[in-house]
Design a protein around this ligand. Structure first.
Ligand SMILES: CC(C)(COP(=O)(O)OP(=O)(O)OC[C@H]1O[C@@H](n2cnc3c(N)ncnc32)[C@H](O)[C@@H]1OP(=O)(O)O)[C@@H](O)C(=O)NCCC(=O)NCCS
Length: 343
């Protein structure tokens, strides 16, 4: 079977208006701006208005990507949503986006890999495009995390914010005679390689129960007295696992593709903590000036974060044709991985 190339054609991002600054958090829990900024790199995050659904943010990001590409919603074949905070347990946010933007012909469904969601969803969409099943796909990652944060828990409430991002992917034919596996040496734009991993045995490191989850079973995941339906995490365990997981994953792709750190034009990481990102950069040899960041202004927006960082990096004019972009993420699950694109 001959596969097709998959390119990122356009991006979009949408953030709510309301800001939660570190000073605001100082009024809610025992913390301070200096601690938060030094330990996480975050200054503020955004919060959805009480009457704004997550799907509205998602649709705005999707429309921005379509507009940039000059592609009508009716031309979209596939929408993959990435979220764990859609306002409905079902259907997925992708179905709501399909309705709201008028992409009537698109097949739409969600995938849930938490903060790795963007990565998993792009790779998932790419499979449909590579085989030629579909030609045009939207990946829409959107989160309303502030609706799942315990604002009495200073360990976690400082981290999370709301936001959405979208990428428009399209497939194109490969030159005749090309084999299934791509190499960075072929010089063509598009998805070159990916590396995904899951460790369900470590589900207890970070999770968020539904209010309906059986209480007794939840206690098998945590030694807390009461497990409330908020985001729960073992920050230190997550911190270590994230650095090792992302650095090893990026390294695997670099080794497989015979790349040096100097060959990577930009690292686009999940935005969880600047110290995690800096440590990953150091481990793989990519300095901070080549790392796409949006953490300081938006905090951790889970699945949406890498797409927001990519969109910002592009709008800053930092992406040039031919650049190698390395994406990497880590999340509850545990799920993690990396992917390599040429712009
Ligand atoms: C959560 C995180 C910021 C905590 O930073 P840290 O440097 O590991 O801090 P620690 O948990 O070791 O806590 C250090 C001290 O600061 C305190 N502290 C924790 N949160 C604080 C806050 N918001 N303000 C002030 N002090 C705080 C702790 O109570 C602890 O005090 P102690 O030494 O008296 O016990 C960091 O571990 C992290 O980012 N982890 C990854 C989280 C993640 O990526 N989650 C996303 C997946 S869901």
């Amino acid at each position: 079977m001959s596969l097709r190339d998959v390119r990122i054609v356009a991006t979009g991002a949408s953030l709510p208006e309301e800001r939660i600054t570190n000073a605001d958090l100082e009024r809610m829990v025992d913390t301070n701006d200096e601690w938060i900024h030094t330990r996480t790199g975050i200054r503020e995050r955004r919060r959805l208005a009480p009457d704004q659904p997550v799907s509205d943010l998602a649709s705005r990001a999707a429309l921005q990507a379509l507009e940039e590409a000059g592609i009508a919603p009716g031309e979209v074949d596939l929408i993959v949503g990435a979220t764990f905070t859609n306002d409905l347990a079902f259907p997925g946010v992708a179905c709501l986006v399909q309705r709201d933007i008028g992409a009537a012909r698109a097949v739409a469904f969600d995938t849930n890999a938490v903060c790795s969601g963007f990565l998993y969803a792009v790779i998932q969409a790419a499979q449909f495009l590579q085989t030629g099943a579909y030609t045009t796909a939207l990946v829409v990652a959107a989160e309303g995390l502030t609706r799942y944060v315990d604002y009495t828990d200073r360990n976690s409430c400082i981290l999370f914010g709301d936001g959405a991002s979208a990428v428009l992917l399209q497939s194109e034919e490969r030159p005749a005679g090309e084999t299934a596996l791509r190499s960075s040496a072929d010089g063509r734009p598009g998805l070159i390689d990916f590396d995904l991993a899951t460790d369900g045995a470590r589900v207890n490191v970070a999770f968020c129960p539904r209010p309906t989850a059986p209480a007794q079973w939840l206690r098998t995941l945590s030694d807390r007295e009461e497990v409330t339906p908020w985001i729960w995490q073992d920050g230190r365990a997550m911190f270590k696992a994230a650095i090792n997981g992302m650095a090893d994953s990026v390294q695997r792709i670099m080794t497989r593709q015979n790349l040096q750190a100097a060959d990577i034009a930009a690292l686009v990481p999940h935005q969880a903590n600047l110290r995690i990102i800096t440590a990953v950069g150091e481990r793989v040899g990519i300095p901070e000036e080549r790392v796409a960041l949006c953490l300081e202004e938006y905090g951790n927006t889970s699945a949406a974060s890498m797409g927001i960082a990519l969109d910002k990096w592009r709008r800053l004019g930092r992406v040039r044709a031919g650049d190698l972009l390395m994406f990497t993420a880590f999340a509850g699950g545990l799920t993690w991985g990396s992917m390599l694109f040429r712009a």
